[in-house]
Design a protein around this ligand. Structure first.
Ligand SMILES: [Zn+2]
Length: 298
C-alpha cells in the first residue's frame, strides 16, 4: 500500500512538473512572439557541429595544456591559495585581466553590431555604461572556498573571485581568457540586466539552432560563454604560434567536456553549452575541423 501510494504521488508530481514546464515554455514563447526570422541548421551543419565538438573533447585528452573538465574539478580536494598550481593560475589570471578586458569589450561591440543593436542610440548608451563597468574591474581574488567556480559579486564589481581549483585547472592562456571574459560579461550586464535585449536575442537564436530551451538566465550564461570564445579567437590572432588553431580554440570551451553532463534551470549542461555556442559561431566550427594537427602533416 505504501509503495502504491508513493508511486501515485510520484506520478502526480511528474505531471505537475510537466504542466509547469509546459506553461513556462508557452509564456516564454508568447513573450518573445515577434516576427523574428527563425534560424535553423541543415543536417550537414549539424554533422559538422558534432564533429567540431569531437575535436574539442579529443584535444582535451591530447593537449598537455588542456583545461580540466568541470566534473573532474568538482571531485578534487580544495586547494590552498599558496599551493604552486593555485599561485601560478592566479598570476596568469591577473596578468591576462587587462588584455581580456579589451578583447571582451571588442567582442561585445561586435555582437551588438551583428545583432543590429548599434542602430539604437539607447542601446549604444547601455553598451557605453557596460564598457565602463568592465574597465573598472581591477583584480582577481583567489578563494579556496569557491573551489571550481568563478564569480562576481555585484556589490563588489571591481573584483572577480576565482576558486583555486578553477585557477589551477585552466592551464593555458586561452582557457583563462575565456573564463575571465565570461565573468566580465556578467559585470557588463550589471545588476539591472542592462544588456538583456542582446542577451535574449542570442538566447533565442541559440534555441532555434539547437532545439534546446535557452531563455532567462541560460541566455546570459550562453552569451558569456560566446563572448569568452570570441575573446580567445581574437587573442589567437594577435599571438600566432606553432600550436594548431583547433588546439587553441578548443581550450576556450573544453572545461565543458564532462563525463557527468548535468545542467540546471540557470545553466545548460556543459556539453550542451559547447553545442549552443558553436552553433552560434559556425566559423569556429570550420576552424576546429580544418586546422587540426592531423590535417597539417604532409
Ligand atoms: Zn556565468
Amino acid at each position: 500500500m505504501i509503495s502504491f501510494a508513493s508511486l501515485r504521488l510520484c506520478v502526480k508530481c511528474f505531471f505537475l512538473v510537466l504542466l509547469i514546464s509546459a506553461s513556462t515554455v508557452a509564456q516564454t514563447k508568447s513573450g518573445s512572439h515577434t516576427s523574428r526570422a527563425r534560424a535553423s541548421m541543415s543536417a550537414e551543419a549539424k554533422a559538422l557541429l558534432d564533429e567540431a565538438i569531437g575535436v574539442v573533447c579529443t584535444q582535451a585528452k591530447l593537449d598537455p595544456k588542456s583545461s580540466v573538465a568541470i566534473d573532474e574539478m568538482q571531485a578534487r580536494p580544495s586547494l590552498p591559495i599558496q599551493s604552486p598550481e593555485a599561485r601560478e593560475g592566479a598570476e596568469r589570471a591577473q596578468r591576462l585581466l587587462p588584455l581580456t578586458k579589451s578583447l571582451m569589450i571588442a567582442s561585445l561591440e561586435q555582437l551588438a553590431n551583428e545583432y543590429g543593436f548599434e542602430k539604437s542610440p539607447a542601446f549604444r548608451q547601455r553598451i557605453k555604461q557596460a564598457i565602463a563597468r568592465v574597465n573598472s574591474v581591477k583584480r582577481v581574488r583567489p578563494d579556496m572556498d569557491s573551489r571550481d567556480n568563478a564569480s562576481v559579486y555585484l556589490s563588489r564589481p571591481h573584483v572577480i573571485t576565482f576558486g583555486t581549483i578553477f585557477l589551477a585547472g585552466l592551464r593555458s592562456d586561452e582557457g583563462m581568457i575565456s573564463v575571465l571574459a565570461h565573468e566580465l560579461m556578467h559585470i557588463a550586464d550589471g545588476d539591472n540586466d542592462s544588456l538583456r535585449p542582446l542577451v535574449s536575442a542570442i538566447g533565442n537564436k541559440a534555441s532555434d539552432l539547437t532545439g534546446l530551451e535557452i531563455h532567462g538566465q541560460r541566455s546570459e550564461e550562453v552569451t558569456c560563454d560566446l563572448i569568452g570564445a570570441m575573446a580567445v579567437r581574437a587573442f589567437i590572432t594577435t599571438t600566432p604560434g606553432y600550436e594548431s588553431l583547433a588546439r587553441r580554440i578548443a581550450r576556450s570551451v573544453q572545461h565543458n567536456c564532462v563525463e557527468l553532463d548535468e545542467g540546471d534551470e540557470d545553466h545548460l549542461s556543459p556539453r550542451n553549452t559547447i553545442r549552443a555556442l558553436l552553433a552560434l559561431n559556425p566559423v569556429l566550427v570550420r576552424e576546429l575541423i580544418n586546422d587540426r594537427e592531423d590535417r597539417k602533416s604532409p
